[in-house]
Design a protein around this ligand. Structure first.
Ligand SMILES: [Fe+2]
Ligand SMILES: [Fe+2]
Length: 474
């Protein structure tokens, strides 16, 4: 029993030597599989998918490729290797040894942080469950499923922490992670972005570019945590997240590249002409981008936050790449925020740096988002259409923080509510735009073939050719 369990759950946390933990996870595993069958990818569970599986954390083992049926994926539990003599990197206790157990006074806060992160992982699988049917190619279908099984593994990683370090309340939280469901009227997922269904592939690429990137920054902030098992768990998850953002980055890039090709062929920028030619016009792509960028910005929380300040002071959640900041305590430093003045303008206010941590992380995120924009716009420049895509202001269409519900244009200038209502259709996807994007979606399942609205990728997965049979149906 023990050895077969060890085989099923590859791990580097000595599961076999901890009977209580092993029993708890054995109990949770069938519930997880039940959830996967009910709310995971619909209809492709009998197919063989060319997936990578992590079987260890070293460079050889973390990406082992082969055909797997998704329900048989080996959802392992991996923590990055421990760092010898690791010390608290920020806040009031900087320089003290990190914690191998949860300090009593931080127990409920740490549990909440882990549950909130953990909740997003299965939520995204639920949001994407029907997408397989309309995949633009076998290559994309495989990438979708890779993302899905790894989000499942990230759920396992968080459930491991809950079971191993939080006793009975941890076990209860682990069960509830399978009981809340994306979009459920009674028991929705915790964060609202994760309750929006993702029913077309343009949204899927936007989600993996913008929303998984929020995930990257949350994981980087938690990787700085003084609670060492959480830090090590998040560090290893980041290696897998990189591929999810790659799927989004190259996905949006391929959509734009294909549109640019057809613009050049027809020498037209006219949305109607391009739509008739079976590609997505640039204004529609920009509107999707505006929607997903603004919705992902909200995930960082309020720009002035006493919670963020206490997470920082107590060493629970830091800034990504804390080592790069000159001051790790920020006891008296200040940060300047631009806030709405309540009269249709902007005013400046200085707040304690510790209260502005969410905003600092959000800024780092925005800079990271800009890199993709530059790549995508190169496709347009090459086709002779400079200008291209832009990121809207961080004040645009916010529902969290000081700019929540303050109408602005995409440049971030406050405007009247009437103007926002009148011009919304220029800035955000309309029902008509969504209907058009949906009309393009139809599964393309012949090896090497692509849907009309997307360019092929530059290379295949794991050096396989583009016409490789990434998914085998039965
Ligand atoms: Fe994840
Ligand atoms: Fe992800």
């Amino acid at each position: 029993m023990e050895s077969s369990y060890q085989d099923r759950i590859p791990n580097n946390v000595s599961l076999g030597s901890n009977r209580t933990l092993q029993r708890a996870l054995e109990h949770w595993q069938p519930e997880f599989l039940n959830w996967w069958h009910g709310l995971g990818p619909s209809d492709f569970n009998a197919s063989d998918v060319y997936l990578r599986t992590a079987i260890s954390v070293d460079t050889k083992g973390w990406a082992t490729f082969g055909y797997v049926r998704m329900p048989e994926y080996r959802w392992g539990i991996f923590l990055a290797e421990p760092e010898a003599d690791r010390r608290v990197g920020f806040g009031d206790n900087v320089g003290q040894p990190v914690w191998q157990q949860v300090p009593g006074e931080h127990r409920s806060t740490l549990r909440r942080l882990i549950v909130t992160q953990g909740d997003t992982e299965p939520a995204s699988v639920e949001q994407q469950r029907l997408l397989g049917h309309t995949a633009p190619s076998l290559y994309d279908l495989r990438n979708l499923f890779q993302v899905n099984v790894e989000e499942g593994r990230h759920l396992w990683a968080m459930v491991y922490l809950l079971h191993a370090y939080f006793g009975r309340d941890g076990r209860e939280e682990a069960e509830e992670l399978l009981e809340r469901h994306s979009g459920d009227a009674d028991k929705p997922r915790i964060l609202s972005t994760f309750n929006e269904p993702i029913s077309d592939w343009l949204s899927f690429y936007m989600f993996t570019y913008f929303t998984d990137r929020d995930g990257k920054f949350q994981l980087k902030s938690l990787a700085e945590s003084s609670f060492d098992p959480l830090s090590r768990t998040c560090k290893f998850m980041l290696t897998e997240e990189a591929h999810h953002m790659f799927v989004g980055d190259t996905g949006i890039g391929r959509v734009i590249k294909r549109t640019a090709e057809v613009m050049k062929e027809l020498s037209s920028e006219e949305p109607e002409t391009l739509r008739k030619a079976g590609v997505i016009d640039l204004p529609t792509i920009q509107k999707y981008l505006n929607f997903w960028f603004s919705s992902s910005l909200d995930l960082f929380g309020g720009d002035s936050s006493s919670n963020a300040a206490s997470y920082f002071a107590n060493g629970l959640k830091g800034r990504p790449d804390e080592i790069k900041y000159p001051d790790h305590v920020e006891a008296d430093s200040l940060y300047t925020l631009d806030l709405p003045d309540g009269k249709g303008g902007v005013r400046r206010e200085q707040i304690p740096m510790r209260n502005a941590i969410n905003e600092v992380v959000r800024e780092a995120y925005v800079r990271d988002c800009e890199k993709g924009l530059a790549r995508w716009n190169r496709h347009l420049e090459e086709a002779g259409y400079p200008g291209g895509m832009t990121l809207p202001s961080t004040r645009f269409r916010r529902t969290v923080g000081s700019w929540a519900d303050i109408p602005t244009n995409p440049a971030g200038e406050p405007i009247a509510q009437e103007e926002f209502a009148a011009r919304q259709a220029e800035w955000l996807p309309t029902p008509d735009d969504r209907a058009f994007v949906h009309s393009l979606m139809g599964g393309v399942f012949d090896p090497g073939k692509m849907a009309s609205w997307i360019a092929p990728p530059e290379r295949g997965i794991n050096a396989q050719p583009l016409n490789f049979e990434y998914v085998r149906f039965h």
